[in-house]
Design a protein. Structure first.
Length: 321
């Protein structure tokens, strides 16, 4: 069965073989590095991450004061990359601070220098689980009790599939998503080093795509009893909390947050980093570009309070007659 022989274990090396201090010295002119404060902390750097990533030795990007403060408060962040206007206004006494005219470009370049090294390992599939012979499993994948994985499903680890999960035909779990940046004139794909976590009794319908996290040790998270509809796409580092319903053909872009018991209507689009509060309704075809409060009911393009949208629509109909 190909889900036995295609599994591999992945682990990451930083790609900063000469050390990050030496790497930065080499890149100083190329990425317009203005200064490096507390360079003695650079030796603690282990990997790139978000300002909230909880793994030792994080190098993160803080493009504004809000993210800078989050990075300062995170004990696992040892190195902060920031623009000069942010660095000048915020104190940074105990972490290495890299000040650059091109902080985002520098961060993504350091991220792309990281790489996976693979080694063979055996699968971990509970005896009570069913995995179709045509499914392809590759990477560090853990499949729990009573899981059902249908035909032509592709799962790329690291991935944790908890008890009772159903993944229907043709779904793709743990692929790389659209994350492209221009680094000094070259359009580059930004690699995804993280994983997928699907909690108990979630139901992933046919053709759905769930992108793995961009950050090593982080997961795109699908909560308990979440239903993800036919051909929906869930972007990298998205979190969907328990009992949410994601209807068919929905697009949820990277790092968005969907609250518990939320309902997302068919063909809705949720922009990156947007937060949908618990018990909210996002109506069919809505385009959401800002946070939706808990319990709200929104619709339209761009999404607004649903009753207001319908009232204006009905007024337009009356005006036509």
């Amino acid at each position: 069965m190909n889900h036995d022989r295609m599994r591999e274990e992945k682990y990451m090396t930083s790609g900063w073989e000469d050390g990050i201090a030496e790497t930065l010295a080499r890149l100083r002119d190329e990425f317009q590095i203005i200064r490096v404060d507390h360079p003695e902390r650079l030796s603690h750097a282990r990997q790139t991450g978000f300002v909230w990533t909880r793994r030792p030795g994080i190098v993160c990007l803080a493009v504004n004061r809000f993210y800078f403060r989050l990075a300062i408060d995170n004990p696992d962040v040892d190195v902060i990359i920031a623009p000069e206007n942010v660095a000048q206004r915020e104190p940074c006494a105990k972490k290495a601070l890299i000040v650059s005219h091109e902080p985002e470009v520098l961060y993504h370049y350091l991220h792309t220098m990281q790489k996976f090294v693979t080694s063979d390992t055996s699968p971990s599939i509970d005896d009570s689980a069913y995995v179709d012979d045509s499914a392809l499993l590759r990477g560090d994948i853990r499949i729990g009790k009573q899981v059902r994985i249908g035909p032509r499903v592709v799962i790329e680890g690291p991935a944790s599939i908890a008890d009772g999960v159903v993944i229907e035909a043709g779904a793709i779990i743990g692929c790389e998503g659209l994350y492209a940046k221009t680094i000094h004139g070259n359009r580059r794909h930004i690699p995804h080093f993280g994983g997928i976590e699907i909690r108990e009794d979630a139901f992933i319908h046919a053709g759905a795509v769930i992108v793995r996290s961009a950050i090593m040790g982080e997961n795109t998270h699908i909560g308990k009893r979440v239903h993800i509809g036919v051909q929906s796409t869930i972007g990298h580092d998205v979190t969907i909390h328990d009992d949410a319903t994601i209807s068919s053909n929905v697009l949820i872009a990277g790092r968005a947050r969907v609250g518990a018991r939320t309902w997302i209507g068919a063909s809705a689009t949720i922009s990156n980093t947007v937060e949908i509060g618990e018990d909210a309704n996002v109506r069919i075809g809505a385009v959401v570009v800002r946070n939706v409060p808990a319990g709200a009911d929104v619709s339209g393009n761009l999404a607004r309070q649903h009753k207001r949208v319908m009232r204006e629509y009905m007024e337009d109909i009356r005006d036509e007659h």
